[in-house]
Design a protein around this ligand. Structure first.
Ligand code: PRX
Length: 630
């Protein structure tokens, strides 16, 4: 069957299509219904079915591949390297599950995971899946305020964390940040489970903090069976940024997610049992959830968990791993490739990369020079794929597992099976069907398996944020601009909202503004994303101070800029730090007081700011223009 037919069936004969895909995973009880679309936009997949993600990722493989590699841990930060077979992974996950259970974790309880890229982080995620607990992984690069808001929203019974992470050889203590975030949060977790890597000293809070190694020791052989869960139960929440300063808990199910991942591993990622998969993302992001942890393991593949930078000890480290572990499929982000591109190209030639079938890139637009460079260097297909935390798996790409289809530079590809992708006019909602017309990329319901169920504990926000932004029709907005060419290939042209994408990391400009406003001398601030050749975008801040005497000369300005950056580092984390903080006397706003972020962004990028008839004070934009030019 060609891809066009495969796709058409997924939309027109939805239930039959997904019933077939559902056979890719194990069910304790097979589903009674395939898609329950009776209450849009809350679509329920595989209702009546009972399964478990951990069973499908681990236990299921014991019969055939117990002694094959499952988790390959490599840290160029600490020099550790360890391979866990499926049998060993099974034992480790049970130990973690036993420990979590003794801390009171059961079905439906939340466990927040704030961890560096170490095996225990994966054990914790899988242990939650095993017990039917809901994990909420928070990226280790986030700091206390980001973490506190997530603890408060997820209300976890237990937090799993570690003494420290490490980045570029520099130890990053986690424990003080965690303590501070628990202090800031209204909700106090009952227990904190700590992995002591002996990288940084930890002060334990008596009665609350527990040492992983000590508790794990008591459960060397404890068996913890997988809890059979309803397909529509919640597997996890993962926070992501949007237009407001408050992150949204993207909530996902169990059965739909298992099927979506199993299908994507087969049709898109060309994953075969026994092969090795290497995704360079972090478990704190959706790519890490879907394609470091669950996807490859569900497919019976070994997955590499890499802690370290792509250029340390040298720019050949990833290719070294590809050779050593015979990586078949690799997944990364364009930013990482741009970083490698600045290094000696000889690193690409030093290793035997013959095992590699394809490199998948996602998270931000893939520019043509980057795509060409890596394509020439590796000699394998480079497969751009477009998706979101909300979707869980690719919305647009090419499904080479169904039919070999040429990629086009600059385009992630065509709609994936199950995704009814449309382009609509931003303000009229009119559907744009012609080639080359620019519109908002939206999805017509039902959204496919694996797609977010709702916003955690906030159905109203789910409907209001995602399904109500286009006038006259209930469609899911991706908040991305796009166009489609005459062959049906889509091109993504950036966000329609205040979300920015820095080095593949999705950040909300409002969150950064709120953080900067925490500095005692900042009266007002606007943060915009500005195009950057290496990181895709960087955050730029323009601030008005309360007391201008702090800006007497350049030295004073730089000092204040440094202070503001430190506030962001300490509250949100260095990932959110703006590239520059510039000071102005007034911000460009409309007469009704709305910040003109898009005009600021245009000026920063040397583009025409567009229609300015509503601007209150044109001199405000001129100040920014002058600063950018200086
Ligand atoms: O703007 C799009 C951009 O990243 C956003 C989603 O980010 P996140 O939730 O972190 O999920 C990343 C999952 C890969 C999208 O709304 N984006 C993602 N992939 C691409 C992309 N933009 C262009 N091309 C892509 N391939």
């Amino acid at each position: 069957m060609g891809y066009a037919d495969f796709y058409r069936r997924s939309i027109e004969d939805r239930d039959a299509f997904w019933a077939e895909q559902a056979k890719l995973v194990d069910w304790e009880t097979p589903p009674a219904t395939i898609c329950d679309a009776s209450r849009p936009p809350f679509y329920r997949w595989f209702a009546g079915g009972r399964t478990n993600l951990c069973h499908n990722a681990v236990d299921r493989h014991l019969a055939q591949r117990a002694d094959q590699a499952a988790l390959i841990y490599v840290s160029t930060e600490t020099g550790q390297e360890k391979v866990y077979t499926f049998r060993e992974l099974h034992a480790e996950v049970q130990r973690m599950a036993a420990v979590l259970a003794t801390l009171g974790v059961g079905r439906g309880d939340r466990v927040l995971v704030y961890m560096p890229m170490i095996p225990e982080a994966v054990f914790a995620m899988l242990a939650c899946a095993r017990l039917g607990a809901i994990h909420s992984v928070v990226f280790g690069g986030f700091a206390s305020v980001s973490l506190a808001s997530r603890i408060e929203d997820a209300t976890p019974k237990v937090v799993v964390s570690a003494d420290a992470g490490s980045r570029g050889g520099k130890v990053v203590p986690y424990k003080p940040l965690l303590d501070e975030s628990i202090r800031l949060s209204q909700h106090k977790p009952g227990a904190v489970l700590l992995v002591d890597r002996k990288l940084a000293p930890m002060e334990k809070v008596a009665g609350r903090d527990h040492d992983w190694a000590t508790l794990a020791d008591r459960h060397q052989r404890t068996q913890v069976p997988c809890a059979w869960l309803d397909a529509t139960d919640i597997s996890y929440t993962l926070y992501t940024s949007g237009t407001t300063g408050r992150p949204k808990g993207v909530q996902r199910d169990v059965g739909g997610y298992a099927v979506a991942l199993a299908a994507s591993m087969k049709h898109i990622f060309l994953g075969k049992p026994g092969e090795t998969y290497f995704s360079t993302s972090d478990i704190g992001w959706v790519v890490g959830h879907s394609y470091i942890v669950y996807g490859p393991l569900i497919a019976g593949m070994a997955t590499i968990l890499y802690e370290g930078l792509p250029i340390r000890p040298d720019a050949g480290i990833w290719w070294n791993l590809v050779e050593k572990y015979k990586v078949a499929s690799m997944f990364s982000a364009p930013t990482a490739v741009r970083v490698l591109k600045k290094q000696d190209p000889a690193f690409l030639k030093k290793h035997d990369l013959s095992s590699l079938k394809a490199l998948f890139l996602a998270g931000e637009p893939l520019d043509e020079p980057t795509a060409r460079w890596i394509s020439d260097g590796l000699g394998v297909p480079i497969i751009d794929n477009y998706w979101q935390t909300e979707s869980g798996w690719p919305i647009l790409t090419v499904a080479n597992g169904i039919e070999k289809k040429a990629s086009k530079f600059g385009s992630p590809g065509v709609p994936m099976y199950g995704f009814d992708v449309r382009l609509v006019h931003e303000s009229t909602g009119e559907e744009l069907t012609g080639a080359g017309q620019k519109g908002v990329v939206v999805l017509e319901g039902p959204t496919p398996p694996g797609f977010m169920q709702t916003v955690w504990r906030d159905d109203e926000r789910f409907v209001q944020t995602y399904w109500s932004s286009i006038p006259g029709r209930q469609v899911y907005s991706t908040f991305d601009w796009g166009i489609r060419d005459e062959d049906g290939y889509f091109y993504i042209l950036g966000r329609t909202d205040d979300v920015i994408n820095v080095a593949g990391h999705r950040l909300g400009t409002r969150e950064i503004e709120e953080s900067i406003s925490g500095h005692p001398n900042i009266a007002e601030v606007a943060v915009v994303g500005v195009a950057d050749p290496l990181k895709g975008q960087v955050a730029m801040a323009f601030a008005v101070v309360k007391d201008a005497s702090a800006l007497v000369d350049d030295k004073a300005r730089l000092k204040l800029e440094g202070e503001v950056m430190k506030v962001v580092d300490d509250t949100l984390g260095a990932v959110a730090r703006p590239a520059r903080v510039r000071f102005v006397t007034v911000l460009p706003k409309t007469r009704s007081g709305k910040l003109l972020r898009r005009a600021i962004q245009a000026v920063c990028e040397g583009r025409d700011p567009g229609d300015l008839t509503t601007i209150e004070d044109p001199a405000a934009l001129q100040q920014i223009k002058d600063l950018v030019a200086s």
